[in-house]
Structures are given as C-alpha cells and as structure tokens.
Design a protein. Structure first.
Length: 374
C-alpha cells in the first residue's frame, strides 16, 4: 500500500476464497473496513496456483512485474514451484520481497506467526505499559506494520540497485527482526549496562522531564530535551529554582532523580487544564501535546493542512475517510498524494488485468473466469 500511495501499480493476487483479512471486522454493509485500511489503491486478481491455468497466469504476471511481495510461511512458495529461484528464471530482474514471521533462515523459520507473537517475542511488550503491571500489546499492529515498512524499504533499495546492476534479488524481511530493530535504546541499554529495560508507563527512558502529566481536566505531554528547555520549563511551571538544583541541573541528574522531579512538577500541573497549559508551553516554545483520542484527529487543523485524512469512494460503503500518505514529495501534487481508489472487490479487476496487462483475448479471459467460478 505504501508503494501504491507513491504511484505504483499494485495487483493483489488472491486465492478464490479471498484474502483472510476480508473476514476481519469491523464491517459496514458486510464490507471489511480492516481490509479497506490496508488494501486501498490496489487491484485484485484471483489466481488458484494449484491449477495449471492459475499458475500460468501467475507466472505471466511475474514476467511483467518489477516487484513481487509474498507473505507466506517460508517454503510455501517453493512447494508450489514459485520460489525465488523458480521465478527469477521467468524474470531475472524481479525483486522478490518475502515477509514472514521469522524470516527464511534460522531455527524459527518454519513457525507460524501473528503480530502479537512478535510483539511479545521481540521485546516491545516488555517495555510497554506501567511499572509492575501486566504486559501490554501496543495498540496498533506494529509487528505487521513495521515488517511491511521494512519490506517497502527493501524493495525500493533493491530497485535502485537494479538500476546500476540490471539484476534482481530476494529481499527477506522477518517480523521478529523488525521488532528488535525498533527497540532503539533498550538494546544498547542492556548491552552496555547489563540493566534489563522495563515499562515506564508515561515516562521517557532517557530524557527527564519527558512524560505525560495529569492536568486539572485530562493529560498533557511535556518534554525538555536539554538544559535550556528545562530552564524555560521550570520558569513557566512556577519552579524556576529547580533549574539550578544540583539534583536536576543536568539530564543525567534529572534521570537519577526522576521520581522526585516528576512529583514536584505533577503538583503544579494539576492547577490548570490541558488547554491552558498548552497555551503556556507553546508560548514558551516548549514541546508539548495533548493525548488525543482518535475522533480528535478528524478535526485537527495540522492533519487537515497536511492532507492526512482523505476520503475515498468505497463500493457498498460510500465515502469514507482513510489515513493519507505521510510522505510528501515536492514533485507530487496534493491530489496525487493518495489516489482516490478504493480497496478492490475480490477478483474485481481480473478480466481487465488479463486483457490489458497480459494480452489475453476477451474469450480467453472469460474462459479463465468461468474456470475459477466452476
């Protein structure tokens, strides 16, 4: 979908029963909003690669493709005779992106996997939540999402290399690897100090003050990443003397006395509401922000200005807002930032793809479709 957002022509090859995510809720008029959220802008073609006709169509698609993306268990494509070594004979320049739970090598390679499994195994759940609390899943499917992002990143890099070498290659991305890759300072904290990171709830692990504070009416995030910011922060909060207190005069000392400092600041934060603190902090140029619920995003002026919630016309549902494209390119007009294309119906584009891309006659395309329905 990221590549489709940037203008790529993306064909979703589905089994006759359809992608599993078509059955995931929530639903409107029996249409999956989950499926819409990650498949808009694509076209759908049905291929049953267990049949000669389906396999032939698939191989012809591969011959036309720049990039193939598959999300099957390692070995599944090879058992069908459609692994990378097979497909590069059809298209030597093919970029073959394999996204799986644990990758195409290593002792876990053949294991089945889902998002929460790699969130757990990859360590992210061990540093998410409140101290002493139960493990908490990150609210969005970052195990799936980060693997997809690294897959797109790998595909673009492989395409660039192909421009120089003329050769395709296999890109092997594991969800498990991807979770470890985004742990940032948790990895170096343990490797450098031997301390096992744990959840800090509303606090940053390395910068103080940098947390969510309760206000008179809700919560606000306020952050001071250097001494100058901390001095301004102390001034507007009403504790100017804290900036010169030896317990808090450097970030290192502030981290050592994190709880003491947090308790002092929290007393002051309860005196005003979030909107009032936002005004005070922004006037002092202190990084801050409210904790928005999703409904608030739909009215946010910054997101409107950045075209980050856009409408698409989805058959059977009507106009519906989806997340926009966060990558803004100077050569791309605003109306091109996100194609106004819905998620495809199952196999809705099969005939068009067979005729326009693969050059089949109308009768050949209809025969293929009747073979699927039969």
């Amino acid at each position: 979908m990221m590549l489709a957002n940037m203008g790529a022509e993306v064909y979703k090859v589905e089994k006759p029963a359809g992608d599993d995510s078509r059955a995931y809720g929530p639903f409107v008029n029996d249409e999956s909003l989950y499926f819409l959220s990650v498949n808009r802008g694509k076209k759908s073609i049905v291929c049953d690669t267990r049949t000669d006709a389906g396999k032939d169509v698939f191989l012809r698609l591969v011959g036309k493709a720049d990039v193939l993306v598959e999300n099957l268990k390692p070995g599944a494509m090879e058992r069908m005779g459609l692994g990378y070594e097979d497909l590069k004979k059809v298209n030597p320049g093919l970029i073959y992106v394999a996204v799986s739970g644990f990758g195409h090598s290593g002792p876990y390679s053949s294991r089945p996997c889902y998002d929460m499994i790699v969130q757990a195994m990859g360590g992210i759940m061990s540093i998410t939540g409140v101290p002493g609390g139960e493990p908490v899943r990150v609210g969005s499917s970052i195990g799936d999402i980060t693997a997809g992002m690294f897959g797109a990143f790998g595909a673009v890099n492989a395409l660039y290399e192909r421009l120089m070498t003329g050769e395709g290659q296999k890109v092997d991305v594991a969800m498990f690897d991807s979770q470890v890759a985004i742990l940032e300072n948790a990895v170096v904290k343990y490797s450098g100090t031997g301390q096992i990171p744990g959840p800090l709830g509303l606090r940053h692990p390395s910068i103080t003050p940098f947390e969510a504070y309760r206000t008179k009416d809700s919560y606000i995030i306020a952050a001071s990443g250097n001494n100058n910011l901390f001095r301004r922060f102390c001034g507007v909060v009403g504790f100017p003397e804290l900036a010169d207190d030896p317990r808090f005069d450097t970030n290192l000392n502030r981290n050592r006395h994190m709880v003491e400092l947090s308790d002092l600041i929290q007393e002051k934060m309860l005196l005003r509401g979030t909107a009032e603190w936002m005004k005070i902090f922004l006037e002092a140029d202190i990084p801050c922000g409210p904790i928005n619920t999703v409904d608030k995003l739909f009215e946010d002026p910054q997101l409107k200005a950045r075209n980050m919630l856009v409408e698409v016309e989805q058959p059977e549902i009507g106009r519906i807002k989806v997340a926009g494209n966060p990558v803004k390119m100077s050569a791309m007009r605003e109306e091109e930032e996100l194609p106004d294309l819905p998620a495809p119906g199952l196999g809705a584009d099969t005939k068009e793809i067979l005729m326009d891309l693969l050059g089949l006659s109308e009768k050949e395309a209809e025969d293929y479709l009747s073979g699927i329905s039969g």
